[in-house]
Each structure stands twice: as C-alpha cells, then as structure tokens.
Design a protein around this ligand. Structure first.
Ligand code: IMP
Ligand code: MG
Length: 174
C-alpha cells in the first residue's frame, strides 16, 4: 500500500515556535546553567534547533530509550539503550521530547531522573496529543497540541522512516 505524507505543521511554523520556546526557556532560567537531555532518537532534530534558540550556558546530554509496546502503542516500560554521560545531581535539567502521547514514557523518565537528585526537572516537548493521555504529565514548554493522528517528520518516524522530513506530516494510505 502506498503512503502519502500530508503537511500538518510546515517548517516555517515549527521554526517560529522553536524560537519562542527558546526565548521562554532563556527567560525562565536567567543565566543559570541548564542541562538539556535529548531523548533519542525522535528528539534529535527538535533539540538541535532548540539548543541554538536558547541563550544560556548549556550542557547537552543524550538518553536513548526504547519503549516496549504493541505496534504504535507505548507500554510505558522503557528500556534505556544509551545512558547519560555524566551525573545530573544538583543540576537544572530539561528533558527534550519529540511528542508526549500516552505520557507513559515521559512519566517513567521523570521518575528515573529524579532518583539521580537533580535540582529541578522540567519537560519540553514539541508535540502533545492530550486525547491519548494515560497518565497526567506536566509539559512545561510545549510546541503544539495536535489531534490524535500519527505524525512523522522533524525527527519523528514511522518504522524508522521520515525522520529527515523538514516538516511534521500525517501518513495517509492511498
Ligand atoms: P508515550 O509513552 O505514549 O507518550 O509515547 C511517546 C513516544 O512514542 C514518543 O517519544 C514517540 O517516539 C512515539 N510516538 C508517539 N506518537 C507518535 C506519532 O504520532 N508519531 C511518531 N512517534 C510517536
Ligand atoms: Mg520519542
């Protein structure tokens, strides 16, 4: 079956929103050092743009996760495939996610990171699908709220494809 990608959020709209988020984060942390934790793989495109929109002394680290689940549904059981390179004790930490869907992945990551005694942990997600929430998650910095549709591009994949699209699109079967 052929697939067609229909643009949902174009590159210019993403870029404008990322600049706004960067300004908000810069204002809130007021020259304090911040650790951006990039959740791989989906967040790598968003995080690279966001990092350059934040004017703070930044440290950037990566957390590789794999969520065990059936098909496109996450189970909330998260396997760490690549851990942080340094401790985060006493640091202000901002988790950068591509999308909060059921919320199970981010809830698990918040619990995990809190055991390492950071000074604070906040969440920045490009996308949020509130219709599918299974646990309540506070997204401190949010790019866009979207309806319950499977999206790809700008880092997000469908079976590892489409991460390199410069926009967010919907997968349509034709
Ligand atoms: P959650 O645990 O259900 O919140 O799932 C979060 C993860 O599922 C995200 O980090 C994505 O990797 C993946 N995901 C959820 N919805 C989508 C989507 O619409 N497109 C691509 N990946 C998605
Ligand atoms: Mg992800």
């Amino acid at each position: 079956m052929a697939e067609r990608i229909v643009t949902m959020i174009d590159a210019a709209a993403i870029a404008a929103r990322v600049q706004e988020l960067g300004k908000e984060i810069t204002r809130d942390y007021q020259d304090k050092p911040l650790v951006l934790i990039v959740v791989l793989k989906g967040s790598f495109v968003f995080a690279s743009d966001l990092a350059r929109a934040v004017d703070l002394p930044l440290r950037i680290d990566f957390l590789g996760v794999r969520s065990y689940g059936e098909g496109t549904e996450s189970s909330g059981v998260v396997q760490i495939t690549h851990d942080l390179s340094k401790p985060i004790a006493g640091e202000d930490v901002l988790i950068v996610e591509d999308i909060v869907d059921t919320g199970l992945t981010i809830a698990h990551l918040m619990d995990l990171l809190r055991t390492r005694n950071p000074r604070s942990v906040k969440v920045c997600s490009l996308l949020h699908k509130p219709a599918r929430a299974r646990v309540e998650v506070k997204v401190d910095y949010l790019g866009f709220t979207i309806e319950d549709k499977f999206v790809v591009g700008y880092g997000l994949d469908f079976a590892e494809r489409y991460r390199n699209l410069p926009y967010i699109g919907l997968v349509e079967r034709e």
